[in-house]
Write a protein that binds this ligand. Structure first.
Ligand SMILES: Cc1ncc(COP(=O)(O)O)c(C=O)c1O
Length: 366
């Protein structure tokens, strides 16, 4: 797409204002609507009053405010990770890790549908990049067989944003040669998947010893910024070697305060996560029952890939007639002609869900 889509404004947590209409919003990544939670909004105000806006300096010079350490400690505790390192933008953790570990691997082996931030990060690793088939351990094994003695960094999303599928982490770990590591972009699963919301590692029930987990604070946590979860060696390498980390002003302080509140809130209140995961299972089952086939992926994401522009327009008309924003997107890695990406949240009402299912039922029949 060479132009931006029409503007829209989020209102009332599960609705948007678009072209003058109030429409149900089944899109975005604010799974628990933390971005509009009163406690988190309040934290932005108090953070601004208490701390001001910006430290206006790198953390390695004079910008190392105690709030950043408090946030990192609380994220490390949430994810049970040895260390968490704050990055000011959710796109940058993978790049920061790659700058920190440049020269440590003989090859980068990357899922062919990896997010752009992993693709960009790989350029900093100083080693050849080999792509393997999407979520395909057998193909990864084949690529590794052709690289005897390699020390690879396997790079993959944890939960894929286009369809809510999860990377087969356990299988990847079984294939990982000695001295290899996995860089897991867990932007979409962090705070969402697993019994405690710790992401794809918890979902797959694997240890974190050989995995660097990068996350964003902008999706399940509804705020902004990113984090790198890894061992002490990874953190030391970031502080010593990542130009992007060293030469950057950290997150504005009110956002750090909001992120801290959001992490604590999700840790103390698992109910929204449990509600959403249950809802996602129920909605997918209802859609299967009305004749819409869906694989059993863990994420609350339902992709619809139209076969023609006629079909696209038919869906758009039906959704608008039901007061639902057509979540039709063009996104890197997705189908070139665009597709509908429906995302459920813990805050949608039963009426909104029934309405959505009715559209699917009518479209599947028609
Ligand atoms: C897999 C993945 N990684 C990283 C990011 C970047 O996160 P942020 O939008 O918080 O910068 C995104 C955002 O869409 C993403 O989907």
């Amino acid at each position: 797409m060479s132009t931006l889509p029409p503007t829209l404004q989020q209102i009332d947590r599960t609705y948007v204002l678009a072209a003058g209409r109030r429409l149900s919003y089944f899109a975005g990544c604010d799974y628990f609507r933390q971005s509009s939670h009163p406690r988190i909004v309040h934290a932005v105000h108090t953070g601004l009053d208490k701390f001001g806006l910006s430290v206006s300096a790198s953390r390695l010079t004079t910008g190392n405010h105690p709030l950043y350490t408090e946030l990192e400690n609380s994220v490390a505790k949430f994810f049970t990770a040895p260390t968490a390192t704050l990055c000011s933008i959710g796109y940058t953790p993978n790049i920061i890790v790659a700058q920190a570990l440049a020269g440590s691997f003989t090859h980068a082996l990357m899922d062919e549908r990896s997010h752009g931030s992993l693709i960009d990060a790989a350029q900093f690793l100083d080693c050849p990049i080999v792509k393997f088939r999407h979520r395909d351990p057998a193909n990864l094994a084949e690529k590794l067989r052709r690289l005897p003695g390699c020390h690879p960094l396997i790079m993959t999303d944890g939960m894929f944003s286009h369809d809510g599928s999860a990377a087969p982490l356990r299988e990847y770990l079984e294939l990982l040669p000695a001295e290899g590591m996995i860089l897991l972009d867990d932007a979409h699963a962090a705070g969402l998947l697993g019994a405690h919301g710790r992401g794809t590692l918890e979902h797959a029930n694997v240890p974190r010893a050989r995995i660097i987990q990068s996350i964003t604070l902008s999706k399940a946590f509804g705020v902004y910024g990113g984090m790198i979860l890894g061992d002490r060696k990874v953190r030391a390498a970031i502080l010593a070697r990542s130009r992007m980390f060293i030469g950057n002003t950290p997150l504005p302080l009110p956002l750090a305060q909001a992120a801290l509140t959001s992490v604590r809130q999700l840790a103390a209140h698992p109910a929204p996560r449990q509600r959403l995961m249950k809802l996602a299972g129920q909605v997918k089952e209802r859609l299967r029952q009305v004749g819409f086939p869906l694989p059993n992926h863990p994420g609350p994401i339902i992709p619809v890939i139209p076969k023609s522009s006629r079909e696209t327009n038919r869906w758009k008309r039906a959704l608008l007639a039901a007061d639902i924003l057509p979540p039709f997107i063009h996104y890197l890695g997705g189908p070139a002609e665009g597709y509908f990406r429906f995302v459920l949240s813990s805050e949608h009402t039963a009426e909104q869900i029934d309405n959505l299912v009715a559209v699917f039922a009518a479209q599947t029949r028609g």
